[in-house]
Design a protein around this ligand. Structure first.
Ligand code: C5P
Length: 232
């Protein structure tokens, strides 16, 4: 398995994204496109970034009834992205339907990964608002096991959770992990953070890095530092 650095391109317009990517010269980093950019610019932004030769993680976190998710995934599959995601909370049936929708007539498909519990959800809120009365780590591992049972390729999680997910679901079950910062860098609003090197040690397959690269004075140098520390 090749470890890869994915840049979270949290920009609000195509113009900002292109200006950012133009600073990478011939380099074509793996990019994450999320709801903000996708809702602002539509599928055209995905086609253009793909045309430029980037791999894409389309972070839209689908969560709806199985039939709706299946049909939406069939449309998104046509964009030829490399990774796409959904909420494991939608049930195993929804995740299976998503896989069906995503699979192209020739049998190929993007990697499909699940969000377990958002890192913004605390154990207290989970218990008091969602009435989920288990320790959050148990919930994360259980949702990861559900994703595996449905045939998904992995989960989005904190690097600090990667070990327990691998232990429960096997070493080939992918962990895609945000919450990465350089040693001595600003944490921003992230709480549980690790460095790229530590994320590698903890078993992350892909790290998702936003502001340490997008807000750097020299984004290309920051990206290269990340790749070097995380290892290819
Ligand atoms: O700028 P920063 O490195 O914090 O960006 C992290 C990216 O990963 C953002 O796009 C954020 O929405 C996303 N993410 C996260 N935590 C999760 C899931 C996604 O930080 N649990």
């Amino acid at each position: 398995m090749n470890r890869e650095v994915i840049i979270a391109c949290d920009f609000s317009s195509a113009a900002e994204l292109y200006a950012f990517l133009d600073r990478f010269g011939e380099e074509r980093p793996f990019v994450k496109i999320g709801m903000e950019l996708f809702y602002a610019e539509g599928p055209a932004i995905v086609r253009e970034i793909k045309r430029r030769g980037h791999k894409i993680f389309l972070d839209l976190k689908l969560h709806d009834i199985p039939n709706t998710v299946k049909r939406a995934m069939a449309i998104l599959s046509g964009l030829n992205v490399d990774i796409i995601n959904l909420h494991a909370a939608g049930t195993i049936e929804m995740m299976r339907a998503a896989l069906e929708g995503l699979t192209r007539p020739d049998g190929s498909r993007p990697l499909l990964i699940a969000v377990t519990q958002l890192t913004s959800t605390s154990e207290q809120r989970m218990r008091e608002e969602l009435l989920i009365d288990h320790p959050i780590n148990e919930v994360i591992v259980h949702y990861a096991e559900n994703a595996k049972a449905a045939g998904l390729d992995g989960v989005v999680c904190s690097p600090l959770e990667a070990g327990m997910v691998k232990e429960a679901c096997g070493k080939d079950f992918l962990t895609v992990t945000p919450g990465v910062r350089f040693a001595g860098g600003s944490a921003g609003d992230q709480v549980r953070i690790t460095t790229p090197a530590r994320a590698r040690e903890l078993g992350s397959d892909y790290i998702v890095v936003g502001r340490p690269i997008t807000a750097a004075k020299d984004p290309l140098a920051a990206y290269r530092r990340c790749v070097e520390e995380f290892g290819g």
